[in-house]
Design a binder for this molecule. Structure first.
Ligand SMILES: NC(=O)C1=CN([C@@H]2O[C@H](COP(=O)(O)OP(=O)(O)OC[C@H]3O[C@@H](n4cnc5c(N)ncnc54)[C@H](OP(=O)(O)O)[C@@H]3O)[C@@H](O)[C@H]2O)C=CC1
Ligand SMILES: CC(=O)[C@@H](O)[C@H](O)COP(=O)(O)O
Ligand SMILES: [Mn+2]
Length: 393
C-alpha cells in the first residue's frame, strides 16, 4: 500500500489524481489533500477519500472550513497555511506526492517533498522553470524520484531508453526531443482579432480540460515555452536538443528521435489520468479509466512549425531558456501577473506578450545560487510586471 499526498487536490490535476487513486483502493491510500479557495469541494473530497489531513492555503477561509468539516462530520484534521502544506508533503508516512498547485505558490511545498526524498509526481511546471538547477540538485541530494506528469514530459520519459544518463542524450543515440503542442484555441484565428479575445474564449482549449491559468498559457503558447524549459531541466537537455512541433490533434503527446532515423512517440486520448496513473504505478501499469485510442476514428494527423508572429510568447521563453536561470524566473513571474490581469479583464489578450517582453527588457539578468535569490527575483519581476500592467491598463 502506497500513501499519497495530493497538493492542489481541488484543481484539474488534483481531481484526476483522486479519480485514479479511487480506482485502486488496494494500492493507494490518501494521507493529505490541500486546496486554496474551493473549500466545500476540498471537504467533500476529504470525506470521499478518508484522508488524515486537509490543508487550506488561504488562512482567511480556515474558520469557514472548520465549520463545514463539522457539518459534514469529517474525521480528518483541518490545518491551514504554507507550513502545514510543507509538512504533509514531507511527512515520513508519505510515499508519493502529487505536486499540482498552480504557479509559483507550488514551489515551496513541492521542494519540501523533494527535500524529503519522496516520489514526486511533478505537474507544477512553474517550480522547475523558477528554480531548475536548485530543484534538480535538491532531488539528487535527497534521492527524490521526480516523475513527469505534464503530458509531453511524461511522453518523452516513456520514449527514452531506461539506461539514459541525465545530461547525456547523445550518449544513448538521441538526436532530438520533439515537443508537441496543439497551438491552442487560436491556431487559425485571424491575427487582427486577437485584441478582442475574451478570457472564456482563451480558456476553451480544443482538446484538454484544464485550469484557467494553464489554458491561457496554451492559447499564447507560453505553455509550450514553459514546457521547453521544463524539458531542459527534467532530461538534462540543451535548447538545441529540443524542437517544438505543432500537432493540433494532441494524439501524439511528444516524441524522441534517434540518430538511426527511428522516432518513438507516445500516443493516447488527451486525458491526464494516463500520465497520472503512469507516475503513480511506475514502472508498473494500472488502469487509468481512459478509453483506448480508436485508430479507425482518428481523422486528421497533422504537423507544422509554430509561427513566431502568432505565438511570440513561445519564442520569448526559448530565448529566456538560452539566457539562463534568472531570465526564466523573471519570465514565469511576469507571465503569472499578465495572465491574471488578462483573466481579470485588466489587459487584452495580445498585451500578455507586452507585459512579458517589457518586464524582461526592464530587468537585468542576475546570478541565482539560492532559493532566497529565486524568491527575490520572482518578487522583483512580479512588481515590475504589475507596474507595467498599471501603465497600460
Ligand atoms: N490541468 C492539466 O491538464 C495540466 C496541468 N499541468 C500543471 O499542473 C498544475 C495545476 O494545473 P491545474 O490542475 O490545471 O490548475 P487548477 O487551477 O485547476 O488547480 C490549481 C490548484 O492549486 C490550488 N491553488 C491555487 N492557488 C494556490 C495557492 N496560492 N496556494 C496553494 N494552493 C493553491 C487550487 O486550489 P483551489 O482550487 O481550492 O483554489 C487548486 O487546487 C499547473 O502548474 C499546470 O501547469 C500540467 C499539465 C497538464
Ligand atoms: C495536458 C497538458 O500536458 C497540457 O500542458 C497540454 O500540453 C496543453 O496543450 P497545448 O499543447 O495546447 O499547450
Ligand atoms: Mn503539457
Amino acid at each position: 500500500m502506497q500513501t499519497v499526498t495530493v497538493l492542489g487536490a481541488t484543481g484539474s490535476i488534483g481531481c484526476n489524481t483522486l479519480d485514479v487513486i479511487a480506482r485502486h483502493p488496494d494500492k493507494y491510500r490518501v494521507f493529505a489533500i490541500t486546496g486554496n479557495s474551493q473549500i466545500e469541494k476540498l471537504l467533500q473530497q476529504a470525506k470521499a477519500c478518508a484522508c488524515r489531513y486537509v490543508v487550506i492555503a488561504d488562512e482567511s477561509r480556515f474558520q469557514h472550513a472548520k465549520h463545514i468539516a463539522e457539518e459534514l462530520n469529517i474525521q480528518a484534521e483541518i490545518l491551514c497555511g504554507e507550513r502545514y502544506m510543507n509538512d504533509v508533503a514531507s511527512a515520513p508516512e508519505v510515499d508519493i506526492v502529487m505536486a499540482a498547485i498552480v504557479g509559483a505558490a507550488g514551489l515551496n511545498p513541492t521542494l519540501a517533498a523533494v527535500n524529503a526524498g519522496k516520489r514526486v509526481l511533478l505537474a507544477n511546471k512553474e517550480s522547475l522553470v523558477m528554480s531548475g538547477a536548485l530543484f534538480i540538485q535538491a532531488a539528487n541530494e535527497s534521492n527524490a524520484e521526480i516523475l513527469p506528469i505534464d503530458s509531453e514530459h511524461n511522453a518523452i520519459f516513456q520514449c527514452l531508453p531506461s539506461h539514459a544518463e541525465y545530461g547525456d542524450l547523445q550518449g544513448v543515440g538521441i538526436s532530438q526531443i520533439l515537443l508537441t503542442g496543439s497551438g491552442g484555441p487560436f491556431r487559425d484565428r485571424p491575427l487582427e482579432t486577437f485584441s478582442t479575445i475574451s478570457p472564456d474564449e482563451a480558456c476553451a482549449h480544443p482538446n484538454w480540460s484544464m485550469g484557467r491559468k494553464i489554458s491561457v498559457d496554451s492559447a499564447t503558447m507560453m505553455n509550450k515555452g514553459l514546457e521547453f524549459i521544463e524539458a531542459c531541466w527534467l532530461f538534462g537537455a540543451k535548447a538545441e536538443d529540443i524542437t517544438v512541433v505543432l500537432h493540433p490533434q494532441s494524439t501524439i503527446h511528444s516524441m524522441v528521435q534517434y540518430v538511426d532515423g527511428s522516432v518513438i512517440a507516445q500516443m493516447g486520448n488527451p486525458d491526464m489520468r494516463t500520465p497520472i496513473a503512469h507516475g503513480l504505478a511506475y514502472p508498473e501499469r494500472i488502469d487509468a479509466g481512459v478509453a483506448a485510442l480508436d485508430f479507425s476514428r482518428l481523422a486528421d494527423f497533422t504537423f507544422s512549425t509554430p509561427c513566431e508572429t502568432r505565438f511570440p510568447n513561445l519564442y520569448l521563453a526559448i530565448e529566456a531558456c538560452q539566457a539562463g536561470q534568472s531570465r526564466t524566473t523573471q519570465l514565469n513571474a511576469a507571465n503569472e501577473i499578465a495572465v491574471e490581469a488578462f483573466l481579470n479583464e485588466r489587459i487584452r489578450f495580445d498585451q500578455i506578450e507586452t507585459i512579458n517582453k517589457e518586464t524582461l527588457q526592464r530587468l537585468e539578468p542576475t546570478e541565482i545560487c539560492s532559493l532566497q535569490q529565486v524568491l527575490e527575483e520572482d518578487r522583483n519581476a512580479r512588481d515590475m510586471a504589475e507596474k507595467i500592467v498599471r501603465e497600460i491598463s
